[in-house]
Design a binder for this molecule. Structure first.
Ligand code: ADE
Length: 234
């Protein structure tokens, strides 16, 4: 494995990793576009971390910024592996708990693109984009495996839950499928590492639970990214 690039949506999710690897910002690399590049080295290999950037002081979360960042990264840095690292919601009914760390499993779906059920439009909407087989890695490193499912909202509409259930989604986020689509177009392998901040079926208000657990989940995410890097670079 030569070049690995991590994509994050939120600064708070990436900050512990940036600090741990003492990564430095490459100012203006994507100017005038908002994504931000950090670079450094680990075990003699270059490590790249790219954030979607900010607008009005707020992190650019969601599918559009993630698509833009992924396209820029894959056409300029050209990594051998893309890792989408971030936080997610999960389901206690599927055995998840706050602070669990998952690696992406099977393929990656959208859960809020309803464009009809016939003539292939359902599959086009949901995506079912590939991700690398992380079964052995999860086994060796002690992480859970789960299918990521992506939408444009932090909360969950009834229609979203219906689609998540139908497609056996386990990890609800706002970027993975957008990134997976671009990775597929570039034929670049993708792995998602997701740390659970909130339980979609836990009865708490999602935003409140997310904020409460964000820094704990970001610490867990950093440790997981470190373990995955060591596994991939060994
Ligand atoms: N990121 C963290 N928690 C999330 C949730 N419940 N839905 C979408 N993205 C998330």
């Amino acid at each position: 494995m030569k070049k690995i690039c991590f994509l994050f949506a939120m600064h708070a999710e990436a900050a512990p990793l940036i600090e741990k690897f003492d990564l430095k910002e490459e100012k203006g690399f994507f100017a005038p576009l908002p994504p931000v590049l950090y670079k450094g080295e680990h075990n003699g290999k270059e490590i790249f971390v790219v954030l979607n950037g900010q607008q009005n002081g707020l992190d650019l979360v969601g599918c559009e910024p993630a698509t833009l960042t992924a396209q820029l990264v894959l056409s300029t840095i050209r990594p051998d592996l893309l890792i989408n690292a971030g936080t997610c919601g999960a389901f206690k009914s599927k055995g998840s708990a706050i602070g669990d760390v998952y690696l992406s499993d099977k393929n990656i779906c959208f859960h809020d693109r309803r464009v009809g059920d016939n003539g292939g439009w359902y599959e086009m909407g949901v995506g079912f984009y590939p991700c690398m087989d992380a079964t052995e890695m999860a086994d060796e490193l002690g992480f859970k495996l789960g299918r990521c499912t992506t939408g444009s909202s932090l909360d969950m509409a009834a229609e979203d839950l219906a689609m998540i259930t139908k497609n056996e989604g386990m990890l609800k986020d706002m970027e993975a499928a957008a990134i997976a689509w671009v990775a597929q177009l570039h034929n670049t392998p993708l792995l998602c590492i997701k740390s659970v901040t909130d339980l979609c079926d836990g009865g708490r208000a999602t935003e409140e639970e997310f904020r409460e657990n964000l820094s704990m989940a970001a610490q867990k995410l950093k440790e997981a990214c470190f373990k995955v890097l060591d596994y991939l670079l060994k």
